[in-house]
Design a protein around this ligand. Sequence first.
Ligand code: GLC
Ligand code: CA
Length: 519
Amino acid sequence: MHAPKPKWLNDAVFYNIYPQSFYDSNGDGIGDLKGIAAKLDYVQEMGYTAIWLNPIFVSPFRDAGYDITDFYKVAPRYGTNEDFAALAAEAKKRGIKVVLDLVAGHTSLECEWFQQSAKPEKNQYTNRYVWSNSVWDTDGNALISGYSDRDGCYMKNFFYCQPALNYGFKVITRPWQLPMDHPDCLAMREELLNVMRFWSALGADGFRVDLASSLVKNDPDGEGIIELWNDVIGRYKVEYPDNVLIAEWCHPKRAIRAGFDIDFLIHSGLKAYTTLFRYERGTSVNDEFNSGDSYFRRAGKGGLTEFLNEYLEHYNATKADGYISIPTGNHDIPRLSLLRDTEELKAAMVFLLTMPGVPLVYYGDEIGMRYVEGLSSKEGGFNRTGSRTPMQWENGKNHGFSTSDTPYLPTDPAEAAPTVAAQRNDPHSLLSLTKTLIALRKAHPALMADSAFDVVHTDYPFVYKRTAADETVVVAVNPSDATQTVEIPTPGEVLLQSGVTVENGTATFDAVSYIVYKI
Ligand code: GLC
Ligand code: CA
């Protein structure tokens, strides 16, 4: 049985803040928690109801903090645990929830648990990570050999510096693979729950779980991992029923069944996201942006069939218990603005903020921040670094991000780099549209997460109905450059429109246009 979804999710709009790049309060060149607190006015002014922070914990930052050394402590560069509690309290006063990143699958090599685990002498951490029982058993080169004097190889979860925590194996094929109910694997589960309780007591309103499906090994149909999360989330929700659990799984049917409230549709796993925004994910960023075939492009060469097939299958199977979130972007993929102009971004934003489920705006996407090309890799970012540059608040030094002469990453060097200051008072800016859409979503039950979704017309334009108890809203978006003429339900009150004229039930859509109206 799935715990009831928290009610506040129905009109929630998340804002994803990459802590190192948001606002630097003390001039050391790196964003921090006090900096985020200082910008809560902005978060509130935009209408966001929740923020998700990428990892803020002690780390050597070889994967931007997704390599944690101490799960119970804020990284000094971001502040202290007290600073986190203060930020959460300050946010709460404004009705803003604060969600943390839970990196459940692995730690940093420098984590004390791993250092103990790597010792040849048996100790309480010996089985905390997945190790083979001989340095020569690399499981077909899947494991890392020769790290320490422990005779065995460790399993990595992502980069080599992120050893996999041991929650057990569903299917056991080698003697060193422990079953999920091994006491040491169960002890790891308890530790995970403790981490969740610890931050919740300090004010966290839930977690986004990193690589949520990765915890149980040799688990082809996901039954092991679903069982694990049902147990962990089930027990957590007894204590914190109003808190949210968001999966980075990209398989809503499994994630919601596992007890999560929300799962992201992103670049990994299902194809749905990439057919809308990036047609194929290749091995480098270049492969991704060379294709012009995604749906939300002026070129108009994309289609909705692949997206809708997958989306509707997962949406219909999960809508009773949870939500799908299609984010504007994240710290792992090129910015939405890559190869899109402001008008194309507006069309995408209209779609993203009027779909069912819970929308999420990646910091800076509301002003169309660019994917900054040509940067050297920072803290394990590699081609992701260009999507992680500091927030551009205003013109001037570091775009108002920091007073430092050596910010940890430069801001966008482009002359026309977008800023909050320039867009805030411009009614035609992407920021203003984003703000308007968030306000519409909160004012109209039909546009909220739970309300029904019915497709009216596919391909160009995309027309769909959103329906609540006593309100129906139609959304129609033409991201393509070609004029389109289609029949649409007769408009009542128009809530938002650009480039669409309606006469006798027939609508003419100019290039890159949209309309949102009640019927
Ligand atoms: C997730 C994070 C990514 C990180 C990886 C390993 O995909 O979003 O940034 O590198 O997990 O933790
Ligand atoms: Ca700082």
